[in-house]
Design a protein around this ligand. Structure first.
Ligand SMILES: [Zn+2]
Length: 408
């Protein structure tokens, strides 16, 4: 049988191999095929190898002209749907205001919640579209988007409906997650909210297929380990995957909980200590780090190097959101992880492709091997390292999703 398209003129084709997340030292094992070709049919990769080894027939051939090709990047952590802005907060914070002062002045996350609740579905999609487009142009072919600015069951469902509408419009593949973000301000309301999440929100999400995972923010100022465990166990009963935002400011047991419940990933980890690093390294849970937050808020960078040296599977996301990470480039997130979290360039690529796909429970992407989705990026240059080297410009010339060029 003929392949539909043979892509040639690939100076270097760079990919991780195998469907399982790469842990520790194996994160630096990239397959690099020089003068490569890739055969594509039906939106999937048929064959990858050196150009000279291709013996099949192709209906069409495309010569890229001698540039590097990598798997489409996977952004495993964004909050790309929001309304309003946090420019006033940014200005105040740069001028020295504290988080509490900004909240008291009516800013902070509660202002995003108010603006998001007041927006229509159409407005939310219109606002989110260019953000997702920016991530796509930076190389992200799969983008996770969380709810979490609803803070009421109906508003969370409305956010998930906006994410579903965004998924229909976007050329990127969108993966939706329900985020149980901050608890009600009145502590007495907390048990009832947990009950509503377990009794109403999670069953509705599962029934309507509005998300594939439930994420809970575990932190002193957010949910406790006990509350989070109730919600995550409920999610698993409804056959949804689970994830956590944890150890961003304090280690209160979120990593340990994530490992115990078999979370796909625990995200943030800026405050993770030796015990947390050891716990996640000994598990199958992916450690997702978010360098944009460290850059924007000036908080310590997550211990990426230590996590990998301990044997963890590390992924990198943008955490695109208005308050703590206005980072609209998946490639830049990888470039920051190399500079701020101590990853090597090789580890950065694995963290942004295969391991990021595993952080979403997806085994058909994040690598370019026979049978995988034909989602890939074409760089402007011949050397793959430009993807993590370039800052402030785009090293990506073309983006392909399902064997079709959608950017470039
Ligand atoms: Zn987040």
């Amino acid at each position: 049988m003929k392949t539909e398209l043979l892509v040639t003129g690939i100076s270097e084709l760079v990919t991780a191999e195998g469907a399982a997340a790469r842990h520790g030292r194996s994160m630096s094992e990239l397959k690099i095929v020089k003068n490569a070709a890739m055969a594509i049919s039906g939106g999937r990769v048929d064959w990858v190898g050196a150009r000279g080894e291709w013996e099949g027939e192709a209906e069409a051939t495309l010569d890229l002209g001698g540039v590097a090709v990598l798997p489409g990047l996977v952004d495993p952590h964004t909050h790309a749907v929001w309304a309003g802005d946090r420019l006033g907060d940014f200005e105040a914070r740069v001028a020295g205001a504290t988080y509490e002062e900004i909240l008291l002045a009516g800013g902070g996350i509660r202002s995003t919640v108010r603006a998001t609740a007041a927006a229509t579905l159409e407005e939310l999609v219109r606002l989110a579209n260019p953000r997702v487009e920016a991530l796509l142009r930076s190389g992200a072919t799969t983008i996770e988007v969380k709810s979490g600015y609803g803070f009421a069951i109906a508003a969370e469902v409305a956010m998930l409906e906006a994410i579903a509408a965004l998924a229909v419009e976007s050329k990127a593949r969108i993966v939706a997650t329900v985020l149980i973000h901050l608890p009600p301000a009145d502590a007495a309301e907390r048990p009832r909210y947990v009950e509503q999440v377990c009794g109403e929100l999670i069953p509705e999400v599962a029934r309507r297929g509005l998300a594939t995972a439930v994420d809970v923010f575990v932190e002193r100022e957010a949910w406790s380990v006990v509350e989070a465990e109730q919600m995550l166990v409920c999610a698993k009963k409804h056959r949804l995957a689970v994830k956590l935002h944890s150890d961003q400011f304090h280690s209160i047991g979120g990593v340990e909980l994530g490992v115990r419940v078999g979370a796909l990933s625990v995200d943030h980890l800026e405050a993770a200590g030796e015990a947390q690093i050891a716990a996640i390294a000994a598990s199958e849970t992916v450690a997702t780090i978010l360098p944009g937050v460290s850059l924007h808020l000036g908080i310590p960078a997550a211990p990426g190097r230590k996590l990998i040296d301990a044997g963890a599977a590390v992924a990198v996301g943008t955490d695109l959101n208005p308050g703590s990470s206005p980072l609209f480039s998946c490639a830049a997130a990888l470039g920051l992880a190399v500079r701020m979290n101590g990853l090597t360039a090789q580890e950065g690529i694995v963290a942004g492709t295969l391991n990021a796909a595993c952080a979403l429970g997806l085994s058909d992407r994040g690598r370019l091997e026979a049978g995988c989705l034909a989602d890939f990026v074409v760089l402007r240059g011949a050397d793959w390292r430009e993807l993590v080297y370039v800052l402030g410009a785009n090293a990506v010339r073309e983006v392909w999703v399902g064997g079709r060029r959608v950017v470039g």
